[in-house]
Design a protein. Structure first.
Lengths: 477, 264, 331
């Protein structure tokens, strides 16, 4: 196991010289935020210094210096992750990319945008829209950096139609652990040109290299869209409708599910009770939220008709049409608030981001609830019904931390095993970080896990880049 | 059977209106027109009354052709009949002239027992329309309605709560009564597919200054408006405050707390 | 209609029981200035009996005339009787202007008697200017969400009716002088009042919603991420012994209640310390705190208009600055 060096005053001085005094923070000047992401249950780890980088050249210089001196470096975007991916387990340098937030250029002929990795997802999406373009990936956390999205291969609500972040990365500039700078990919839409290092880099959580520039594919913004709320008696009937919706050739942009408890909490928390709780005289227990896109109102209406018929067959209480911009904003704001709502309600929180086959979602949810009950842990969930990606939360309020961790782990162990049994994935879009390594190993098996470790070794022989993540183990502290 | 009228307005989403820094004029291009949010609440109040006591709802607006979209939104959310009053001669009307046109047209449409409208519009925000419509209808008036308690169709009264500065007043008013509606308790419903579809193709009745009987040209549009807007100008900005820039958030806050120490 | 046939500027003295509402006194003081500029006389319209102490507050504004009204129908505010009263009074005495406090009841009846008289009504002016050339009052007000200022006039019709929000102007007693008293008896038959007050429930005063008199205000603007970001600001307000408030768009988004909205269409406040976080600084908000002693503004945009209205400004992330303030204050 690698032994790392501490940052000496001399090295600190050199780091400071690279980024300048205003973007260099050491000791007490390091903000608490840099010790954790948005899932504090996985512990706090402080970096020795934080460097806010502004260019590829700075990143390269820092990596060269740290490589020579055997100092660990953890790249970090907005810190909105949920698996401890950007947390500096071994101290060293946190390399923060949030100042690299420039949208560099658009190529309107090839429908691509060239950006720095610290651009926030919401900023990129809004800017593209002003040009009539859409950046399709739409993860729930809009204030994440796009670099972070690429590093975790984030998915989000629109993945069911458009795919995930991976599908929109055409090229990138990467700084390798020893400081060498490399361009991967080209601004073209096909390649059959050797091993794809580009795709290896995507979803590698900053363990193989540091992304310093990105070229992303955009698509023309759909002319029109409409969202529809289908209220159901319970989550089983709600989920049972999803394969039917997918089969109906509606090409929905998103299919989300939510249970009544979280809708109620969201309404109480935000004061925005946009989801109706009683529909045609019946209490709704769960909802499916579908977004359809089209070129014309006629096209959308035809799709809505098909969906309406189908919803009725599947036992939906009604088909509600979210047509006006104001209503769309309210509905999606309520949906986007779910994680926040759970966080606000809950002192102790752990989560699963599994993906299971769509037709087994309901079964899996029932299983998690039972597993939680057996351990005295409350389970809350919501997620992307269209692609089987579920966000499941273990919650407790009146419990000792260690007790919670023990019980929560028991629930997790069972659920991840069940997920593997169902042919699912450990993580759909939140990635592995250091929190989910064990489950990754169990899921992919030793051979695959060993290959991952070998790949890591090729890119980063000294193991200085984001140590202890995905597939490597370290002494923490 | 209750005959209910809801008066609505299509407004620019003023949150998206920007000021041209060079010319000082407002940039309205590309700003979406929406149903005035409080009017959506007014409609919801009316729909709840209709559901509880029976009746029919007519929704009326004055505006350009594109205001039909706001009317369709109302039809989807429970209105039965939609009327657009559209004429270039109606342009530049203040609240008095607007209320004249709306009430003149409404009288042609029928006798209304209850009239609802939002407490104020997002753009003009004068909050005067309700009172002036009530005056022209000769209706009793409940402004700032927060809750509807009861409609007595025999005694022809409506009882509602209105929000005052320091409490809640319960008011019973005789037909015809005009109510202006607050937002809180009247969240507009999401229409279902059936009513939404019906609203997209429903007929919208359109009237102009010639098809509304007996309209006095002196009382409409600019000539009928006693208030005028002789000029507008960009807001004056004060002089810039003293900016604290000590290099980091922590240091800035230190400095700030030092500066405001005597106030604390 | 000949404008010169109309004279005197009136202020309706609205009361809660015996006590005169502050807004009526503020209007008396401000209208006094208009009268000084125009040579008009200031008249206060008082309905029913009033105690000497309360009357003195009104007279101290330099009132030239008192119009004292008695009669049936006015015991409790109701639109029918009040609309009729002002219509009758205006037709008889022909005032050139009538100012009414922009209270919920003031806004209920003022536009209505204006309509009955066929004259113009303006609401929520933040500045009143006498135009000697046109011999009109210019009602200046922020428009389109405060993105521009509009001058509204009533150039032909009379009286010029205006409702003005509480707190917009200052009560500045200049001392009483000689005044004329006009007694009017106008009955409004009680059976003609079409609304009946069945009940009045005073609010269980949720003190956190009463921001008008707070010494310290922490105001969050539209840059607030959502309700989830609020607790830190609430804590800072508590820590400073003040109240949390917001701008209009924050209310429109359903994040905070209307009673916390500061601005032209909300509450006007006069705190010792006003700290804004993520507030852009549109005029209709700014007019809501223009009398604050010390104003602190925090915004990520160095060009945000709010910095033009502050004593001290910090360019930075609102949440971070708030957290840092809390951290320091807790030390």
């Amino acid at each position: 196991m690698t032994k790392y060096n501490k940052i000496t005053p001399e090295i600190a001085e050199k780091l400071q010289a690279i980024v300048g005094t205003k973007r260099f923070f050491a000791k007490d000047a390091v903000k608490d935020d840099f010790s954790h992401d948005e899932m504090p249950i996985y512990g706090k780890y402080y970096p020795e210094v934080v460097c806010e980088v502004e260019s590829t050249e700075e990143v390269s210089q820092i990596m060269r210096l740290c490589y020579e001196n055997n100092i660990p470096v953890t790249p970090r975007g907005a810190g909105t992750g949920l698996v401890g991916g950007c947390v500096p387990l071994c101290g060293g340098v946190v390399l923060c990319t949030t100042r690299m937030n420039k949208i560099l250029s658009y190529d309107m002929n090839n429908l691509v945008v060239h950006i720095q990795p610290g651009v926030l997802l919401c900023d990129l999406a809004a800017d593209a829209l002003t040009r009539g373009l859409m950046y399709p990936p739409d993860p729930g956390e809009k204030t994440a950096t796009v670099g972070g999205n690429v590093s975790t291969n984030a998915g989000g609500m629109r993945a069911v139609k458009y795919g995930v972040t991976r599908d929109y990365v055409l090229a990138m500039t990467v700084v390798l652990p020893d400081g060498r700078v490399m361009d991967l990919g080209k601004t073209v839409c096909k390649t059959s040109s050797g091993y794809s290092l580009l795709h290896l880099m995507i979803g590698s959580e900053g363990t193989l290299g540091i992304i310093t520039e990105l070229t992303l594919k955009l698509i023309p913004k759909p002319n029109m869209d409409v969202s529809l709320i289908l209220p159901f008696a319970d989550v089983e009937t709600a989920i049972a409708s999803v394969p039917q919706i997918k089969l109906a050739n509606l090409d929905p942009q998103s299919i989300e599910f939510m249970e009544r408890d979280i809708v109620d909490s969201s309404a109480a928390f935000t004061g925005n009770s946009v989801f109706p709780t009683v529909v045609n005289g019946k209490e709704a227990g769960a909802y499916i939220l579908v977004t359809l896109v089209g070129d014309s109102e006629a096209e959308l209406t035809a799709k809505m008709d098909r969906l309406g018929e189908l919803a009725e067959k599947c036992g939906a209480y009604d088909t509600l049409v979210v047509w006006t911009d104001g209503l769309k904003k309210d509905v999606w704001a309520a949906r986007s608030a779910f994680l926040t709502v759970i966080e606000a309600d809950t002192k102790l929180l752990d989560e699963l981001d599994v993906v299971v086959p769509v037709d087994r979602i309901a079964e899996f949810l029932v299983y998690t609830r039972a597993a939680g009950k057996a351990e005295g842990i409350a389970i809350r969930n919501f997620g992307h019904a269209g692609d089987g990606n579920l966000h499941i939360y273990c919650c407790a309020n009146d419990m000792e931390l260690d007790e919670f961790k023990r019980r929560s782990k028991a629930v997790m162990d069972k659920c991840y095993a069940k997920c593997t049994e169902f042919g699912g994935q450990v993580s759909g879009e939140h990635a592995i970080g250091h929190a989910k390594k064990q489950y990754l190993l169990e899921s992919v098996g030793e051979t695959a896990f060993g290959l991952m470790q070998a790949i890591k070794q090729v890119f980063d022989p000294k193991g200085i880049l984001n140590p202890g993540k995905v597939c490597t183990n370290v002494e923490e502290g | 059977m209750l005959n209910i009228l809801v008066c609505v307005k299509q407004v620019p989403d003023i949150n998206l209106v920007k000021m041209d820094p060079v010319t000082g004029s407002l940039i309205r291009a590309g700003v979406p027109a929406i149903l005035n949010p409080l009017d959506a609440n007014a409609l919801e109040a009316a729909v709840r009354v209709k559901e509880a006591y029976g009746g029919s709802i007519t929704v009326i607006t004055m505006g350009p052709d594109m205001a039909k979209e706001a009317l369709r939104e109302c039809l989807a959310a429970g209105a039965d009949r939609a009327v657009l009053l559209s004429d270039r001669a109606f342009a530049n009307a203040d609240t008095l002239a607007t209320s004249y046109v709306i009430v003149s047209a409404a009288k042609m449409l029928g006798d209304f027992d209850l009239i609802f409208c939002g407490k104020e519009s997002l753009d003009g925000a004068t909050g005067q329309m309700g009172s002036q419509l009530a005056e022209r209808f000769g209706a009793s008036q409940i402004s700032s309605t927060a809750k509807i308690i009861e409609v007595d169709t025999d005694a022809r009264t409506i009882t509602a709560e209105r929000d005052l500065e320091r409490g809640v007043e319960v008011l019973k008013a005789q037909y015809p009564c005009l109510l202006t509606v607050e937002k809180a308790n009247f969240r507009a419903r999401i229409p279902n597919l059936k009513s939404w579809k019906a609203s997209r193709t429903a007929e919208i009745e359109v009237y102009n200054s010639h098809t509304i009987p007996g309209l006095d040209p002196e009382q409409i549009g600019d000539p009928g408006s006693p208030t005028k807007v002789p000029r507008t100008y960009p807001p004056e900005t004060g002089s810039k405050g003293s900016m604290i820039d000590e290099g980091s958030t922590e240091k800035n806050v230190d400095k700030l707390l030092e500066l405001i120490a005597d106030v604390l | 209609m000949n404008k010169t046939d109309f004279k005197d500027m009136w202020v309706f003295i609205e009361r809660n029981g015996d006590s005169v509402l502050p807004v009526s006194l503020e209007l008396c003081s401000e209208t006094r200035k208009l009268c000084d500029a125009s040579g008009e006389k200031l008249a206060a319209v008082i309905i029913g009996d009033i105690s000497g102490g309360e009357l003195k507050k009104v007279l101290d504004c330099g009132v030239d005339k008192l119009i004292r009204v008695s009669g049936t129908g006015y015991d409790f505010f109701n639109n029918d009787a009040y609309t009729n009263l002002f219509t009758v009074l205006c037709e008889k005495y022909r005032p050139t202007a009538v100012m009414v406090g922009g209270t919920i009841n003031g806004r209920d009846f003022a536009p209505r008697f204006a309509a009955r008289l066929g004259t113009g009504c303006t609401s929520d002016a933040t500045e009143l200017v006498w135009d000697p050339k046109a011999t009109d009052i210019e009602f200046v007000e922020p428009a389109v969400g405060g993105k521009m200022m509009a001058v509204i006039t009533v150039p032909v019709a009379r009286p010029q009716v205006g409702t003005i929000r509480p707190g917009t102007f200052k009560y500045a007693p200049c001392g009483a002088h000689e005044y004329e008293v006009i007694e009017e008896h106008i009955d409004f038959p009680v059976e003609n009042i079409r609304t009946e007050i069945l009940d009045f429930r005073a609010d269980d005063m949720d003190e956190s919603l009463n921001i008008a008199d707070a010494d310290v205000i922490v105001c969050v603007g539209n840059a607030i991420k959502g309700a989830d970001a609020l607790p830190r600001y609430r804590r800072l307000a508590e820590r400073l012994g003040g109240k949390l408030a917001c701008t209009r768009p924050v209310f429109d988004r359903g994040v905070l209640p209307f009673k916390l909205v500061i601005g032209q269409s909300g509450v006007v406040v006069k705190p010792k310390l006003y700290i804004s976080f993520g507030v852009s600084g549109t005029v209709n908000h700014v007019t809501g705190f223009s009398d604050a002693d010390t104003v602190v503004a925090v915004n990520t945009d160095p060009d945000a208009a709010i910095f033009n209205y502050c004593t001290y400004g910090i360019v930075g992330n609102m949440d971070e600055v708030c957290d840092a303030m809390l951290a320091k204050l807790d030390k």
